[in-house]
Design a protein. Structure first.
Ligand code: DC
Length: 242
């Protein structure tokens, strides 16, 4: 089975939107902080273009979940790297949000608060990043993909045809994250979500390996007050203006 099929999924083609996209755009990188709208925008953009979609965050979450299950310390970078190397992550299902790792099919488990709390520590570990970045590049090599994360434009795919850096105010991002958690039945205070969101931003932005930051040639787009459709349209317009 081709590697791509194990990791990413192809979405239906909408010829009209695809024709609107500038010729030659094949690899799209979307980065940004927690809850800036990357997932929903990236998925919708991929659907419109008939591109594959890969949320690289679920790969770091899968390794975190596995480490917690196995009792591997999230501070032990070398053990985490071995775990990631011996358990490649595969994306399952049409939404790209279920993950297969070490024979476990994971969905809501990837969003458990234990994973939320520990994933930034795991994502800091260079041996884990090295392994997952290699997997991500292999997937992107076939083109026609929207890949989202924190380091896609800076590290994973520095030659991407289009790089987007999505932002939103911390209050808006915490509100989105809080709503997502409530929708999943998790009872949590908005204030707690805001402080956890800021704490994760802090770790992601200040780690040594591949910190969260816009690539010098990324287009920064603040999504406050914009609908998903408006953000997707702005990205398509941007690609046409290149
Ligand atoms: O996008 P998310 O919240 O699912 O990401 C989970 C964690 O993984 C978060 O701490 C950032 C990290 N991550 C990363 O370091 N690099 C990526 N390409 C994707 C996610």
């Amino acid at each position: 089975m081709p590697v791509r099929a194990r990791y990413a999924y192809l979405t239906p083609l909408e010829d009209k939107t695809r024709e609107q996209l500038a010729q030659g755009i094949s690899v799209i990188a979307i980065d940004g902080p927690v809850a800036a709208g990357k997932t929903v925008v990236g998925r919708k953009l991929a659907q419109n273009l008939g591109f594959a979609y890969l949320d690289t965050g679920v790969m770091y979450r899968a390794v975190t979940w596995l480490a917690l299950q196995c009792g591997t310390s999230v501070e032990d970078g070398s053990a985490l790297g071995k775990l990631a190397r011996s358990n490649p992550v595969a994306i399952e299902g049409s939404e790209g949000s279920r993950v297969l790792v070490a024979g476990h099919s994971l969905g809501p488990e990837l969003r458990e608060s234990s994973v939320d709390t520990n994933v930034s520590a795991v994502a800091k570990a260079s041996p884990v990043r090295k392994e997952l970045v290699a997997q991500q590049r292999q997937i992107a090599a076939q083109g026609k993909i929207v890949m989202i994360g924190r380091d896609i434009g800076t590290v994973v795919l520095p030659d991407a045809d289009l790089k987007i850096y999505l932002t939103a105010s911390p209050a808006k991002r915490a509100q989105r994250r809080w709503q997502e958690m409530r929708d999943r039945g998790q009872e949590v205070e908005l204030e707690t979500v805001l402080s956890e969101t800021l704490a994760r931003d802090e770790i992601d932005s200040n780690r040594e390996d591949s910190p969260l930051r816009p690539a010098p040639d990324a287009w920064e787009l603040n999504t406050d007050g914009l609908s998903i459709e408006q953000v997707v349209q702005k990205i398509i317009d941007r690609s046409n203006s290149l």
